[in-house]
Ligand binder design. Structure first.
Ligand SMILES: *Cc1c(COP(=O)(O)O)cnc(C)c1O
Length: 361
């Protein structure tokens, strides 16, 4: 989280002031979600996000709950019947890591789930080229995880399904790199992401969906998860996660002050190049992901001598560098260098890595 955002939230905790500085007499958690104060917070958050991500007018922005994992069910409940009506629809999945694998498995409860491509045999270290994907005619959509948080794999450009001769919609799980770079909406039917990696606190799930994809939910879809119901009610069919939306709104304003997506992308490229450069510089550290698929946000790396892992983590903690232990399914280390991590944070990590190598190499 950007420190500026947390400081502002702390200052406004008990008595929220509007944009003109007029005090409301209450904190955001105490507001009615239908009151004019919260509605102004909501509308500003949506408008700022639309501007930041350049979301076209024919896409709805939905503020939902349930996280990325709930969307693994909500997406097939809404979209798998696009072509098959209310019968048993189908979807294609490109498996590039554990998150897309989870999405694939969950969708199997609601539709035929096909694997269009998988890099599992290579230990999820690359993205199968789009031209090699086996797209199925009955699939309503093709699901990709555009940034695999655990394996550190990122699509550097989104596939153009139309150019591949497909009529399916592209669905992207952009949970862990949303707002780190621009999105090419001309290629996307729906994007979803939990807020907690790059947008704000847990509890808020962002869905951006093209309008013509609304209204095709299976009859078993829970009303609160039917995108059309959510959209028709301005994300207030049920009470939305108000405080998380407020904080995300402060993050959107912070992102705009940083210069928006072009500036964030440039900063994230610089951070990633610095870190991968340090990993590749000597044989002491290593990252096994294909260079054209390396994530700018989540950088897994290994010490060649795994016996030094504990010493590396202990020294890092002493240097104020936290949460570097890799995901348990992959091991090693992982630096998640989300938007709120400044270049100086990555410089500090690289300095520590070089120092550790000097003393342990
Ligand atoms: C964290 C994450 C999720 C899971 O989100 P929850 O909010 O825990 O359900 C899904 N997809 C990706 C790519 C993630 O990084």
């Amino acid at each position: 989280m950007p420190a500026e955002v947390l400081e502002q939230a702390a200052a406004e905790m008990l008595n929220w002031p509007d944009a003109q500085g007029r005090l409301s007499g209450m904190g955001v958690m105490e507001m009615s979600h239908r009151g004019k104060e919260f509605l102004s917070i909501y509308e500003a958050a949506e408008a700022d996000l639309r501007e930041l991500l350049a979301v076209p007018a024919n896409f709805k922005i939905l503020f939902m709950q349930g996280g990325g994992l709930a969307e693994n069910a909500i997406v097939p409940l809404n979209l798998s019947g696009l072509r098959a009506g209310n019968g048993h629809g189908a979807a294609d999945f490109v498996l590039t890591g554990s998150w897309s694998e989870k999405s694939f498995k969950e969708a199997g409860k609601y539709c035929s789930n096909h694997i269009a491509a998988s890099s599992k045999a290579d230990g999820f270290t690359a993205i199968p080229p789009a031209a090699s994907w086996e797209l199925h005619d009955d699939a309503s959509y093709v699901h990709i995880c555009s940034n695999e948080t655990i394996h550190g794999i990122e699509f550097q450009s989104l596939p153009d399904l139309k150019a591949l001769g497909s009529k399916a919609e592209l669905v992207i799980d952009f949970s862990s790199h949303v707002a780190s770079r621009p999105v090419d909406w001309s290629r996307v039917g729906l994007a979803f992401g939990g807020a907690q990696k790059n947008l704000g606190p847990a509890g808020l799930t962002l869905v951006v969906v093209r309008e013509d994809l609304l209204g095709h939910a299976l009859s078993i879809c829970p009303s609160a998860f039917d995108y059309k119901t959510v959209a028709d009610n301005g994300s207030m069919y049920n009470t939305p996660p108000t405080y998380s939306i407020y904080i995300a709104g402060l993050v959107f304003k912070w992102l705009k002050r940083q210069g928006g997506m072009a500036a964030m992308e440039a900063r994230n490229i610089a951070k990633a190049e610095l870190l991968y450069g340090a990993i590749d510089a000597t044989g002491f550290y290593m990252n096994g992901v294909a260079r054209n698929a390396r994530s700018r946000m989540n950088v897994p790396f290994f010490l060649r001598n795994e016996g030094l892992n504990e010493a590396f983590l202990a020294g890092a903690k002493e240097a104020g560098l936290l949460q570097l232990k890799g995901h348990k399914s992959v091991g090693g280390m992982r630096a998640s260098i989300y938007n709120a991590i400044p270049l100086a944070g990555v410089q500090a990590l690289v300095q520590y890595m070089q120092e550790f190598e000097r003393t342990h190499g």
